[in-house]
Design a protein around this ligand. Structure first.
Ligand code: CA
Length: 218
């Protein structure tokens, strides 16, 4: 899952990034509305954490522009907690609103809830044939046996199963695995796919030559 953090309070942003990375989210961080809009026009995110008081413009103006193009969940994090601000945020298409200071565990629970809703899951669980995934603990079971996956192998498996039946291009898979700062080795994706086939089963993922990969719809 790739998260965009738009926040100009540097210590808060760094704390958020560290916590979210420890939870295995891929995180990009920017501190202005302009950079945020540029990022969402080029990259795909699964969720946006949005501060309202940004130096170049109001976070609401980001939200307005963003909602013209995308339905990705937006969670507003702000010191402004007047009812009017909340109403305006929700009316402009924010999905949730958490006043600062917030408890990091509550933030994470709300993020999970938004991500579940946007992927159509009612619980923190995904099932695909004999493969079971607990998306909160990131535990994967295959035929009742726990499978040990590296961070990116897990992320890749989750994205493919959530999009079962669709062919995922290399580019879109890489987008969900890496942030802007990461160096991507040209064969990294193939290596992760190879490992998933080995650790789970070889027919799980089909290569579509020249296009990308797919997990068949069940
Ligand atoms: Ca701010």
């Amino acid at each position: 899952m790739r998260i965009l953090v738009l926040e100009d309070d540097q210590p808060l942003a760094l704390g958020l990034i560290q916590t979210l990375q420890a939870e295995q989210y891929v995180v990009d961080h920017f501190n202005t509305v302009q950079l945020g809009l540029q990022a969402v026009s080029q990259e795909h995110y699964d969720l946006v954490l949005l501060d309202l008081g940004l130096p170049d413009a109001d976070g609401f103006s980001f939200l307005k522009e963003f909602r013209k193009q995308q339905v990705t969940p937006v969670l507003i994090l702000t010191a402004r907690d007047s009812i009017d601000d909340k109403i305006q945020g929700l009316d402009l298409g924010a999905d949730d609103y958490l006043p600062k200071p917030f408890d990091i565990n509550e933030l994470q629970a709300r993020m999970r809830a938004l991500l579940r809703r946007s992927t159509g899951q009612a619980r923190n669980a995904l099932e695909y044939g004999d493969v079971q995934i607990d998306t909160q603990s990131r535990q994967v079971m295959y035929q009742g046996k726990a499978i040990n996956l590296a961070r990116r192998e897990y992320n890749l498996l989750e994205v493919l199963i959530q999009n079962q039946g669709k062919v995922m291009s290399r580019h879109s898979l890489e987008q969900s695995l890496y942030s802007w700062q990461d160096d991507i080795e040209s064969n990294a994706l193939e290596v992760h796919i190879h490992n998933l086939r080995k650790k789970l089963y070889s027919k799980l993922i089909t290569t579509i030559r020249g296009v990308g990969y797919t997990v068949a719809a069940l």
